[in-house]
Design a protein around this ligand. Structure first.
Ligand SMILES: [Zn+2]
Ligand SMILES: [Zn+2]
Length: 350
């Protein structure tokens, strides 16, 4: 099969990705093999490729927003039929025995595996996954539109849960890209009043289009106190700003897997009145299943930019340079629409 691999992580400008031929993977016990149709390009792929996340194996195939069809089943695998459309996400397996797993927090498992980091992912024509960690994909979305839901969507949903958001709340969002634009659709469908702070005009315009009540630039303050907030920006400087905007008891959830240094906080201005900061770490399968059901029921849509399979390196470069809005998606099965000329700059976003 054809696949992209990372031998040695390094700056994306130095071309750490290599397009090559690999042996077809075979599904083991309880696993299915998926013929990949599309794979979303996530900021975490950039962290893996550039070495911001420590190298876990050589000759790694990145990619963890995989949509495809089951083409082979390993011994004992019976959850899916051959030809079923499934999704593969970041969380590839958990131990099922540690304290976190036993308490229903498998996202914090002591011995987890991850697609496109500890195991090969979807920048390849074939990918293998334990069937218990694969997802059914919402029917209303085509292969391109569904891909970003598998990480950007699921993680954003977990961030929304972690923020303590309740229907009708005033929700603040810092940073507006791939993950945010999916998350706010859920919140708005649940009656949220939405306040968005983000750098680029492309993101601000996108937020307005989706129904934000108020949109501002960094440093600007939403006109009302917020019941809950999420930062999708990988930038620690927004943390004090967001905390200062919270109503008593409000929570700020940090959705990024990487956030730069957070400035010092002032107890009275940023934390008193039982305001809280919560991080977001991966997701449980229950988060994923619930999000995909909600996405279908609420007809969540995604803004995507298609790339040909042989242009994965360019897609990552464009992501690093913020050259497009929404989410880049590789058409691994060769069905890409032409790439839109003159792609527009986007917000940094996990
Ligand atoms: Zn565990
Ligand atoms: Zn991701």
């Amino acid at each position: 099969m054809r696949a992209w691999v990372v031998d040695e992580p390094g700056p994306i400008a130095g071309s750490p990705l290599r397009f090559t031929e690999l042996p077809d993977p075979e599904p083991g016990a309880g696993e299915v093999r998926v013929r990949v149709r599309t794979c979303g390009v996530c900021r975490t792929d950039l962290h893996v490729t550039e070495g911001d996340l420590p190298k876990r194996r050589s000759r790694l195939v990145p990619g963890h927003e995989v949509v495809g069809v089951v083409d082979r089943r390993g011994p004992g695998a019976g959850r899916f039929e051959l030809g079923d459309r499934v999704g593969i996400a970041w969380l590839r397996s958990t131990c099922g025995r540690c304290r976190a797993c036993r308490r229903g927090s498998e996202n914090l498992c002591a011995d987890p595996a991850f697609t496109g980091w500890t195991h090969d992912g979807g920048y390849a024509e074939l990918a293998v996954v334990p069937e218990a960690y694969a997802y059914r994909v919402p029917e209303h979305l085509d292969d391109e539109a569904a891909a970003p839901l598998l990480c950007a969507g699921i993680i954003g949903y977990r961030a929304l849960l972690r923020s303590g958001f309740a229907p009708g709340d005033r929700l603040g969002v810092w940073g507006f890209g791939g993950s945010a634009h999916l998350t706010v659709q859920l919140a708005l469908a649940m009656g949220a009043e939405l306040y968005v702070v983000t750098r680029g005009e492309v993101g601000r315009e996108h937020a307005r289009r989706l129904g934000a009540t108020w949109v501002g630039a960094p440093g600007e303050r939403p006109p009302r106190r917020l019941d809950a907030a999420i930062s999708f920006a990988p930038v620690g400087e927004v943390v004090p700003d967001a905390l200062a905007c919270l109503a008593p008891g409000g929570v700020l959830a940090l959705a990024g897997i990487h956030v730069s240094a957070i400035p010092s906080l002032d107890y009275a201005r940023h934390l008193f009145d039982e305001r809280e900061i919560r991080s977001v770490t991966a997701n449980t399968r229950a988060d994923g299943e619930t999000f995909l059901l909600l996405a279908e029921r609420l007809a969540v849509t995604s803004t995507t930019v298609p790339y040909r399979f042989d242009a994965a390196d360019r897609a990552l470069l464009d992501l690093a340079d913020g050259r497009f809005a929404g989410a880049a998606v590789l058409h691994v099965d060769g069905s890409a629409r032409p790439i839109a000329a003159g792609a527009t700059p986007a917000e940094p976003d996990p």
